[in-house]
Design a protein around this ligand. Structure first.
Ligand SMILES: Cc1ncc(COP(=O)(O)O)c(C=O)c1O
Length: 404
């Protein structure tokens, strides 16, 4: 990011930001003006809220979830008391770590996973183990085999959490297949012997889908409500500057999570909560997301076509994912190509004028040494012409490194 900021000629296919031009300036302006015209409401919004978050917003969030998951209106009302508004999903991830994970506990993640998740888990002293994914997301057979191995080591009672990003994952762009969602919950329940193994469903990219409708959430398969922690955010579909997210957590976790959140901030920014509630209520949010998906769909098509043009046929060891949503493409290079900061490709790419994220950051330290032959690319920020130019530069760097 520093390199990109210092050199505006560089095309950054690295920073996982949303497209600056899409941020909802007009809509936010209208909502703020509307609030200012209602002094009672405006003052209420500018006052502290509660630790768990604005009630009207939480009601609306749960009602929207019911619709998204195809459940009858009102059927999930009982989860409102365990729906907590957070300062982005990052805060929920942190709170879950605090509430659940102790030194030496085991957390299972997808390989590759959201690299920022690894930080709070490592701070808690967790052992983080990666589980392979395929084109349908987390491989349940591999998850089961890993759990069996941990059980054989006598460590099953240390497994606390399975972390998954089911929609257009950061970094892979891959989604968890609809027919793995129920079985994943069933698997976690089956392996919860001496204690509950929770699933953390990080649905950061839910809503950012270009074509096909999204399958019901993993959370919707947790009929008992005691296994899945759902993390959602408005950072990707609305504005990261508002930094608002929410979690629905099992009964057993709500008190510890609220206790720690209370100690941190006794509530996320109340004004931002009222703002988002109004954006949802007035329909402006849904119109915004529809426009966003159209724009990102076009950008993803331009990017994938540019990759096909520049890299198709360069080397049979090069492949990349074709996401149906989100912001990311995951590229695999021939084994032996080191994409890390100290390898040959990164400095060559900077010299050509393009940045990517080295894939090694996205792997847990176990079970194997982190593979180095992947890169994460994003089509979120660059304009269409920059996507084409950035791809051309990446191909030039790759040709150099591969000697082609
Ligand atoms: C998978 C995933 N989870 C969580 C986050 C955190 O987002 P926020 O804290 O802004 O909601 C991000 C942001 O990039 C992400 O990609």
């Amino acid at each position: 990011m520093q390199t990109a900021l210092e050199n505006p000629e560089i095309v950054s296919l690295a920073a996982g930001f949303v497209d600056q031009e899409t941020l909802p300036v007009e809509l936010v302006g209208e909502i703020v003006a509307g609030l200012a015209a209602e002094p009672f409401e405006a003052r209420r919004s500018l006052q502290y809220g509660t630790t768990i978050g604005d009630h009207a917003l939480r009601e609306r969030l749960v009602a929207r979830l019911e619709r998204e998951d195809g459940r009858p209106a009102g059927s999930c009302k009982e989860v409102i008391p365990r729906t907590v508004v957070t300062t982005g999903s990052a805060q929920l991830i942190y709170l879950v770590g605090e509430a659940l994970v102790d030194q030496g506990d085991i957390v299972l993640v997808e390989s590759p996973t959201y690299f920022v998740f690894l930080g709070p888990m490592e701070t808690r002293g967790a052992r983080v183990i990666g589980i392979p994914v395929d084109e349908g997301g987390l491989r349940l057979d591999a998850l089961e085999a890993t759990l069996a191995g941990i059980e054989a080591e006598g460590q099953l009672d240390r497994v606390k959490l399975i972390y998954t990003i089911p929609e257009h994952s950061n970094p892979s762009g891959i989604s968890l297949a609809a027919d793995r969602r129920g079985p994943l919950v069933e698997l976690a329940r089956r392996w919860s012997r001496s204690h509950r193994i929770f699933i953390l469903e990080d649905a950061a990219y839910r809503g950012l889908s270009f074509g096909a409708s999204e399958p019901p959430s993993v959370w919707s398969h947790d009929r008992e409500g005691d296994t899945v922690i759902l993390a959602r955010t408005f950072s990707k579909t609305f504005s990261p500057g508002i930094k608002l997210g929410y979690g629905i957590v099992p009964e057993s976790l709500i008190d510890p999570i609220l206790y720690t959140k209370g100690n941190h901030d006794f509530g996320s920014a109340h004004f931002n909560q009222r703002l988002v509630e109004r954006a949802l209520a007035g329909g402006g949010y849904d119109r915004h997301v529809a426009r966003l998906n159209e724009l990102y769909r076009r950008k993803s098509e331009v990017f994938l076509a540019a990759l096909d043009d520049s890299l198709g046929g360069l080397d049979p060891g090069i492949s990349w994912t074709r996401p149906q949503g989100g912001l990311f493409v995951w590229m695999t290079l021939p084994e032996g190509v080191d994409t890390g900061l100290d390898g040959p490709l990164f400095p060559r790419s900077v010299r050509e004028g393009v940045l990517y994220v080295p894939g090694e950051f996205a792997f847990a330290p176990e079970p194997a040494p982190r593979p180095k032959n992947h890169i994460r690319l994003t089509f979120g920020v660059p304009r269409e012409d920059e996507l084409v130019e950035g791809t051309r530069r990446l191909a030039a760097a790759l040709r150099f490194v591969l000697g082609k």
